[in-house]
Design a protein around this ligand. Structure first.
Ligand SMILES: Nc1ncnc2c1ncn2[C@@H]1O[C@H](COP(=O)(O)OP(=O)(O)OP(=O)(O)O)[C@@H](O)[C@H]1O
Ligand SMILES: [Mg+2]
Length: 375
């Protein structure tokens, strides 16, 4: 494949200006062309290079340009990376996502017709449901950088500095075509009438409101929170688009198990469905964590852990605290509770339960009988 002169100049210019966002964007376009030219290996190599980040950025002095807290000298924002993993979402989220992205891509057209749009999207929902990842993925889709506000450095111990830091962040953003990501926005946008709070909180929330109002029309702002009910109503109104990310439903859980645990091998489809059945209520992050613990064991022990062990880990997981895989074999008690769990949660037949748990059918009958007798 030949790289045209324009692309080459763009690449070199971006590299010379230490503008890694542009290097990545142009590099990704080249990788796409390589793929189209059936050079999958070249594309993979290039994408691997583009994912390398951190060191050169810090060493280039580019990171120096980011606003910092005057006391701690920590940067107030950092540039996030575009995700390379897929995001699995319930179908209800899809419509707002595409409407928002379409509006982002057509701001100029819309404003030329006199329709000014505020490109504010609020993501809310339980921890580990993919809010931060969705924000980064939207930036990737729009091919613009994402600036993540670091609340730990933004909230200053020095009175008055928090508001100053917020102003600095909003002053920095209009110069970039970028996504501004206010993760865990509740920390700086709580309802202002809380009687126990002093004037500082009021000032902070007002500064966030002023900052949001000062942004250019084409600046995309995404905010995320696990506590939408704590947000000040005025903040709430600044985000016309809202998406609630729920824990995954049955079919999304099936996709997640298949991707995170079985590398999408079709012969494991049945196991993915079964795991989806028993993991109701767990988040994407939980499912990923359990899957990673299984894969770690597979590598370290030299064999795939049995399905009953995986099920046991899922069964004892609660949302937000996934259980990792045990090294020891299942005990008699484990087998009994797993049997009852599969019977109650999945309405599986006795033969199936016996096969999965690794006990005889007689044993399954015995466990279930004891259950009915109240033991
Ligand atoms: N819907 C999903 N699809 C794919 N992966 C997911 C999903 N949800 C979570 N994950 C995995 O879990 C990780 C953590 O998710 P993420 O940080 O985006 O959640 P969050 O909603 O922002 O959580 P928090 O409220 O704790 O900040 C992701 O990096 C991803 O690997
Ligand atoms: Mg998050």
């Amino acid at each position: 494949m030949e790289v045209d002169t324009h692309t080459l100049i763009e690449l070199i210019d971006a590299a010379m200006s230490a503008d890694y966002t542009r290097v990545r964007r142009t590099g990704n376009l080249v990788a796409k062309k390589l793929l189209e030219a059936k050079d999958a290996e070249g594309a993979k190599l290039l994408q691997g290079l583009l994912r390398k980040k951190g060191m050169p950025l810090q060493a280039s002095g580019y990171a120096e340009a980011l606003p910092r807290d005057s006391a701690s000298r920590l940067p107030l924002i950092e540039e996030g990376v575009w995700p390379t993993k897929p995001l699995f979402l319930n179908s209800t989220a899809g419509e707002t996502i595409s409407r928002f992205l379409e509006d982002c891509q057509n701001v100029e057209l819309l404003s030329s017709k006199g329709i000014s749009t505020r490109l504010g999207l609020l993501l809310h929902g339980a921890p580990g449901t993919g809010k931060s990842m969705l924000a980064a993925q939207m930036a990737a889709h729009l091919q613009i950088p994402i600036y993540i506000v670091r609340l730990d450095s933004l909230i200053s111990s020095r009175l008055g500095d928090t508001a100053k830091n917020i102003r600095n962040v909003f002053d920095f953003i209009p110069s970039k075509r970028a996504v501004l990501f206010l993760d865990e926005i509740d920390a700086v946008a709580k309802i202002r009438d809380d009687k126990n709070e002093m004037g500082e909180l009021k000032r902070v929330v007002n500064t966030v409101l002023q900052g949001l109002d000062s942004l250019d029309d084409d600046t995309v702002v995404i905010a995320a929170t696990n506590h939408p009910h704590l947000l000040d109503p005025a903040i709430w109104r600044r985000f016309p688009y809202k998406i609630e990310l729920d824990v995954p439903d049955q079919s999304v859980r099936t996709e997640m198990w298949s991707y995170f645990l079985f590398e999408e091998k079709i012969e494991h489809h049945g196991d993915s469905v079964l795991l989806a059945n028993v993991s109701k209520g767990l988040s994407g992050a939980d499912i990923e964590n359990i899957s990673l613990s299984v894969r770690r064991r597979t590598i370290l022990d030299g064999e795939t852990p049995s399905l009953n062990k995986i099920l046991m880990a899922v069964m004892s997981s609660r949302s937000g605290s996934p259980s990792l895989l045990e090294k020891r074999p299942l005990s008699h008690e484990d087998k009994r509770s797993l049997t009852i769990f599969l019977h109650e949660k999945c309405a599986l037949e006795v033969t199936n339960i016996a096969r999965i748990v690794g006990v005889s059918r007689q044993m399954v009958y015995k466990y279930l009988k004891e259950l009915n007798n109240g033991n």
